[in-house]
Design a binder for this molecule. Structure first.
Ligand code: FES
Ligand code: FE
Length: 333
């Protein structure tokens, strides 16, 4: 059945509701309103001067999408009958009634928490208890950080994150680039809890062409789970001390639909054009997409008896346990 407005329902998840999600690149949000979707909820992003706003994308009058409207004098104006909503989400003008008539107190739309960090726009539908995930390299002047995405995947977000954390797929899905099937064995490693996050031991990986420059490196990988839907790796070339770090950010959009952004940071080769690294990342993503969108069941099984696990899957096992302990309900079974 085609996507119908009747199916556009909020996906309830008491944990994810209060998380921050990266939903756009900062440069994509202007004074032309733009719709994004987080946990099934349509959200309109708009700017007025330096101020960024995220509202429920719904006019209380007749339910039109505010994202089809315009921004005027610090307000967002509904496209249907011109109701104007100020920066707090309250309606402040109804053109069809005399100006001296009061505005009903119910005439408002929800304003969501939003902020900008690392070149991305972040939204939370609830009350976030912490800031957006910290990406150390994003604040480090010795690193250059590049935002990639959006990537729209027909898969549940936990499947996408687990793929990102999966060390033994590098030799197969990204053969000739991030791994080599002749070096498929994974060294022993463990995963540790660090506060509310997970971190792996260092894992050496032989990589024929780890960043598109065609240079063979045995990189030392460290993986981290920062939040249920955000993970990072940092890989270091022990011979040159070159570091490449990547933060993978996913947003559950609707059932089996995920929006992803990636932040790539490196402490070398600042002169190479962004497009070179972006093209390489896009190629890797398409390789992952083919596998991740094929996975069944679509939802990540948290019952560890449901799929077979090896020692080399310790990161994935820990991630599944972590999701279960956190009480995440979206994209898992
Ligand atoms: Fe928005 Fe009527 S639906 S003004
Ligand atoms: Fe991959």
């Amino acid at each position: 059945m085609a996507d119908s407005p009747y199916l556009r329902q909020r996906i309830r998840d008491e944990v994810l509701e209060h998380q921050w999600f990266a939903v756009a690149q900062s440069t994509d949000i202007t004074d032309t309103p733009r719709q994004v979707t987080v946990l099934g909820e349509d959200v309109v992003l708009w700017r007025s001067g330096d101020d960024l706003h995220a509202f429920r994308d719904l006019c209380i009058h007749r339910g039109a999408a505010l994202s089809l409207g315009t921004v005027q004098d610090g307000c967002i104006v509904c496209p249907y009958h011109g109701w104007r909503y100020d920066s707090t989400g309250h309606c402040v003008a109804i053109p069809a009634q005399p100006p001296d008539m009061g505005i009903p107190t119910k005439a408002k739309t929800d304003a969501y928490a939003c902020r900008e960090r690392y070149g991305l726009v972040w939204v939370s539908l609830g009350t976030p208890q912490t800031d957006v995930p910290t990406f150390t390299e994003g604040d480090d002047p010795d690193f250059y950080t590049l935002a990639c995405g959006p990537y729209e995947l027909n898969a549940e977000a936990p499947r996408v994150i687990e793929n990102f954390l999966d060390v033994s797929h590098l030799m197969w899905v990204h053969e000739g680039l991030l791994g080599d099937t002749g070096h498929a064995e994974i060294a022993e490693y463990h995963v540790h809890q660090r506060g509310a996050q997970l971190v792996s031991d260092t894992i050496p990986i032989y990589q024929p062409d780890p960043d598109g420059r065609g240079r063979v490196v045995t990189n030392n990988y460290v993986y981290e789970v920062l939040t249920p839907m955000a993970a990072r790796f940092r890989k270091t070339d022990p011979d040159t001390a070159e570091v490449f770090s990547m933060l993978m950010l996913t947003t559950p959009v609707r059932r089996q639909q995920t929006l992803a952004y990636a932040l790539l940071s490196r402490n070398y080769d600042f002169d190479t054009p962004d497009q070179v690294f972006r093209d390489f990342q896009n190629k890797l993503l398409e390789q992952d997409r083919a596998v991740v969108e094929s996975q069944r069941p679509e939802a990540l099984p948290l019952d560890l008896q449901a799929e077979l696990h090896l020692k080399s899957d310790r990161m994935a096992i820990s991630y599944r346990r972590y999701l279960a302990e956190m009480g995440v309900k979206v994209g898992v079974a």
